[in-house]
Design a protein around this ligand. Sequence first.
Ligand code: SF4
Length: 339
Amino acid sequence: MPREIIVTGIHLHANAAPCFHHCRYCQLKSYRLRPAPLERFVALVERFIEWRNDGHEDFEIAPWYGNSHDYSSATTKALRELEKKLGWKSRVVLLGGVAHRPRQEMKQWLLERRDLGIDTVVATFSGYGARHDHWNNMAGNYQFQLDALHLATELGLKLQERILLIRDSVPSLDELLDDLDRIPAASRERWALPLFYSGVARGLEEQRLTEEEIDSLPARLKNCLRDDRPNWRSEKKWIEHVLQSPDEEAEPMAISLPLDEQSLDWAEARSCDQIITELEARWRAAHLVAPSRKELCEGYGDIANDRLYFNVQQMEKAWFDRYKKDNICRFDINATKFA
Ligand code: SF4
């Protein structure tokens, strides 16, 4: 049955700020910078916000400027203004991809962001000490992030601590939790979650935990599993779930417009309606030819795999990768969620 889609939003994504790390579990396919002048990026997003406020209130506008939050203060300020106009509640800065700085410089960096209204510092850990540094692919990043979280606490910022569950690192996570617990944070969130199935992390399936392994984690770690844990399923269970689901209905999804100088030229020559109409037609045509979820599941699901995936979209990407090995894709992959 052909795939139908319902377009619910647009992702306006530039890769215009460098990421100083090269994590082995990165969700991106490429770290390549694609210059996108900030003023033009902001102007396009503002145009979409006005369009949304003029009768398209349910349409999601999701801008993303860079591979990391290592922006100048001026860029951070401009992006914060956009977030305010979008009505975003979260006011976070990610430490992932941020260049290591000496303590005093880092303090200044955090203070500037606090002054711009950022209230939460997010750090992702993929193990304790050298285990994290290995997966993060950067010597000293574990200590850098830990120090930054201590500093953030001293400055009255909230913490969000994310823990990636990677098989090789699990035995080290008790020591990570000890280190995190020693930070006297007044306000913190902590989540542990399985690997994403996207970007370079697609090659790490042997590091993905099984259902049994997740269920036998130490209680201390189990208490940190992200709130959507009840929805995580092994591939075996995703196959049962998909095959038992009613025939596929139109799938809601956001279309994506990767932004660089060339695509900005294209977008600037069009109204928001024209941009959406043209992209939607492209996405719709690609999805009509792409194999359906059930076809992917029946043809490429591995019933023997009991590793966990946290949603069906992640699972489907794995099925699609197996499909791609055996088939020539006669549709525009870049106009699908499999890109
Ligand atoms: S910091 Fe983020 S964007 Fe950069 S390599 Fe790591 S996961 Fe990828």
